[in-house]
Design a protein around this ligand. Structure first.
Ligand code: IDP
Length: 141
């Protein structure tokens, strides 16, 4: 399996629930290394830019409002098959449909407040990582 990098966000609902460490353990216990991390409170422009691909979707305004409702923790995860591995650990977008044992099934309340974001492909991972981290701030090991 190729070693990949993916962009992960612990969303405002999960930060507010004080479960950053629990989510980090899911990554670390499953072979994903945290090679960059920062906590930040996104501005409206930050969130709109990050989710630009969803601009025409009906939930876009609510999504942006939610993502700026409190601080988030953003990290780069590295490991074999990291993009799919992280998506598998996250579970389905709607926590009600997510498999038991996934982050969203265990910690998220609704499709809007669903605890985590994870890149869905190599190309989006590269764009999303660059959105938050200059390459000098990424510590592969
Ligand atoms: P993903 O986060 O599982 O990759 P996407 O389809 O990329 O899901 O959607 C981005 C985010 O937009 C979701 O995580 C969720 O917070 C929100 N979202 C997606 N679909 C809906 C919806 O039908 N209603 C409300 N929010 C949604």
């Amino acid at each position: 399996m190729p070693v990949e990098r993916t962009l992960s966000i612990i969303k405002p609902d999960a930060v507010a629930k004080n479960i950053i460490g629990k989510i980090y353990s899911r990554f670390e216990d499953n072979g994903l290394k945290i090679i960059a991390a920062r906590m930040l409170h996104l501005s409206q422009a930050d969130a709109e830019g990050f989710y630009a691909v969803h601009r025409s979707r009906p939930f876009f305004n609510d999504l942006v409002k939610f993502m700026i409702s409190g601080p988030v923790v953003v990290q780069v995860l590295e490991g074999e098959d990291a993009i799919k591995k992280n998506r598998d650990l996250m579970g389905a977008t709607d926590p009600k449909k997510a498999e038991k044992g996934t982050i969203r099934a265990d910690f998220a309340d609704s499709i809007d407040a669903n605890a985590v974001h994870g890149s869905d492909a190599i190309e989006t991972a590269a764009v999303e990582i660059a959105y938050f981290f200059p390459s000098l701030n990424i510590y592969s090991r």
